[in-house]
Design a protein around this ligand. Structure first.
Ligand code: SF4
Length: 405
């Protein structure tokens, strides 16, 4: 690992310039990184040059992230090493169920075996670098990745629920105007084991501070989950697997700013989790102003995609709508929202209190305006719920995550 980083980061800087796409993903060596790096070279030259041969050999012999290989592959490893096959199950259980953060934690394995695993594999787990506790009990954590990036996740406790709000990317490329993450540069996608770590660590916080496991997970933290599609789906698979955290996918909601093509793909893939669309403005002109993604994924396309998703999965859909003062809080805005609501099989509209951030010019509407808006929706028999902010005092509320504080 160290050699790999030194090699590509320092000794061969021009390699990164010539082949920039190799460096978009985290520079941990995984089962899939090897062919991605070596294949295009062979396709072009059809023979190993000394340099490329050297580099590929080095990569092939670098330790792999053990959570990027299957149980079956771990079994094969133990059998090939002349060890018992059942060791693989023990290791797998430590990785996914007991959430070991290092090979050293795997105490039912011999010391020698733990050392051997540590030289032949990597286990780049997230760690918590800081936590902040709000006066309302919300806990915001900043996690550190193996390559020194920071990403945030939030535990939102209520009487009935313990909800984890998790991030899917480090930063975000969609630049929504009201969101603190949108003003950050997107560094990279989180891998599925990193997303899994966020949930497992927040689950531990929930058990420790509130005596209860997580009941719900929402992908509403940093990043656009549908632009990290495979990792998000794989993380959900591990979170809901019996040999993972064993949570029902029905308790997981993935929230998107609106990537219509990927909403359709969710339908084709017959996912079992719930979907939320961050609408926030119910006509294209206003939505373009606050969410640039609307220019290529307009409301018509999104409503069509949501209908397709529902047809394929019958899963619950929610619309999210943040109220901004004098922007989308009038009766006319409410009427436009009702119109969109009638065009999609949405169960609910969450009306969200805006949480001001330094970079944005928006403000929160006065309470009487919010009440009038809610009343209007109720009069038109819309199933709408007002979501009050949690964790505002620690910048943990909706739209405030930006590695601050
Ligand atoms: S609201 Fe979501 S999609 Fe938009 S910038 Fe923020 S994190 Fe990205």
């Amino acid at each position: 690992m160290l050699f790999y980083r030194l090699t590509f980061g320092k000794l061969f800087p021009t390699f990164g310039i010539l082949f920039p796409s190799f460096f978009v993903q985290p520079k941990q060596v995984t089962a899939s990184a090897k062919p991605v790096l070596c294949r295009p070279w062979f396709a072009v030259s059809n023979k190993k040059t000394a340099l490329m041969g050297y580099i590929c050999t080095m990569i092939e012999t670098q330790p792999k992230n053990i959570r990027h290989i299957t149980l079956h592959e771990i079994e094969e490893y133990f059998v090939a090493a002349g060890d018992k096959k059942f060791r693989a199950k023990q290791v797998y259980e430590w990785l996914w169920k007991k959430h070991a953060q290092s090979f050293e934690d795997m105490t039912n394995l011999s010391k020698d075996l733990r050392q051997k695993l540590a030289t032949e594999f990597t286990l780049p787990a997230l760690t918590i670098s800081t936590t902040q506790v709000s006066e309302d009990g919300t806990i915001k954590s900043r996690f550190k990745t193996f390559d020194n990036h920071a990403v945030e996740g939030v535990l939102i406790p209520t009487e009935e629920r313990k909800t984890a709000c998790v991030s899917s990317q480090i930063g975000c490329s969609l630049s929504c105007k009201f969101c603190a993450t949108g003003y950050m540069e997107r560094k990279r996608n989180l891998s599925y084991d990193e997303i899994y770590d966020e949930v497992a660590l927040i689950n531990q916080q929930s058990e420790k501070n509130y005596g209860k496991k997580l009941t719900n997970i929402v992908f509403m933290g940093m990043g656009e989950p549908l632009l990290n599609y495979n990792n998000v789906l794989k993380a959900v698979e591990r979170i809901s697997a019996e040999d993972g955290l064993g949570m029902s996918p029905r308790r997981i909601t993935v929230s998107t700013a609106g990537v219509s093509k990927m909403i359709r793909k969710l339908g084709d893939d017959q996912v079992r989790f719930k979907l939320a669309l961050s609408l926030h403005a119910a006509n294209d002109k206003k939505r373009n102003e606050i969410m640039p993604i609307n220019e290529t994924n307009n409301i018509k396309e999104l409503t069509n995609a949501l209908n397709y998703f529902y047809k394929q999965t019958k899963n619950e859909i929610t619309l999210e709508y943040i109220l901004f003062k004098n922007f989308n809080d009038s009766q006319k805005d409410a009427d436009e929202l009702i119109k969109v609501y009638r065009q999609v099989p949405a169960d609910l509209i969450n009306i969200i209190e805006y949480n001001p951030i330094d970079d944005a010019k928006f403000a929160k509407p006065d309470d009487d305006v919010v009440m009038r808006f809610m009343q209007h929706l109720e009069t038109h028999k819309v199933n709408a719920r007002l979501r009050r902010s949690r964790g505002k005092d620690i910048d943990a509320a909706c739209g405030q995550l930006a590695n601050k504080g």
